[in-house]
Design a protein around this ligand. Sequence first.
Ligand SMILES: Nc1ncnc2c1ncn2[C@@H]1O[C@H](COP(=O)(O)OP(=O)(O)OP(=O)(O)O)[C@@H](O)[C@H]1O
Ligand SMILES: [Mg+2]
Length: 277
Amino acid sequence: MSRVKALLARASAAQKATPSTGSLLERGKLIAMLGAKGGLGVTTLALNTAVAMAQTGNDVILCELRPGQGSLGLQLGFSASKALGNLLGRPAAEISSHLIEGQLVSHGSGVRLLLASCEPHEMTMEAHAAQAEQWVKQLSTMTKFLILDLGPGLTEINKKVLPLCDRHLMVVEPMRVTLIMAKAILDEMEKMGISANRFEMIMLNRVRSSLQMPWQQAEAILNHSIASIVTPAPELSYQAAEAAVPMIQMQPESLTADQSRKLAEMLTQKGKSAGKV
Ligand SMILES: Nc1ncnc2c1ncn2[C@@H]1O[C@H](COP(=O)(O)OP(=O)(O)OP(=O)(O)O)[C@@H](O)[C@H]1O
Ligand SMILES: [Mg+2]
């Protein structure tokens, strides 16, 4: 009995020592993945990169920070998830590590997921950006790598969490309109005190076309270098979505899988990458 009492006392003391914001705990690397606009392939890229990271033994959480616009769970065949809504719908003071843990689901690859629903009424939770900032900090203490699928543009939530991140990836496509939109985001980030130099631009081509803008021209429009290029894989992405399996697991030998592994390597290396992948 006395041994049990001593153990309980120790556990309760440890719990009291854990701050609710997690600010004194060691945080994992926070990786932001942002789209210059919607539908560019951010979720697909975030998922495949996360799986590639897990395949080399890394502890990874992927969080889809898109209230009411989630598609990650659907892509993987999970039933409707209220996880993000459950966290954004509560005052920050009520959010404990235990509550956050309870919202995570595990994928067969080893990646843990915090999923968003696709219920349109939850889109108004975008206004709860201050809560998001608090629990994202806590979530980052629960893993070595936390990937945030931020979706497109500078939403209120994105403005709060981007300054917390260690790596900033922005997905663009080789289209003038998209590149001008990306440049506008970079300029706005500069005004917020986040240097455009901190962004690593990922050029994701979803369509095969003989009319492709050369990456040098894209770099000139962005006034920024491109860190990585993802080639089109329309058939594989369709098959993977239908089978609810990440592309990297569906065809591990494909060029797309290779590109996900290279990006994962770039993100798990210490410091910032210098070259292209
Ligand atoms: N490399 C690729 N080649 C071809 N199609 C792709 C590629 N990557 C993703 N796609 C396809 O592009 C579409 C959009 O992908 P995804 O949902 O990942 O984009 P998103 O940027 O997260 O969109 P949203 O803004 O709605 O969140 C999907 O149909 C997906 O299968
Ligand atoms: Mg998405």
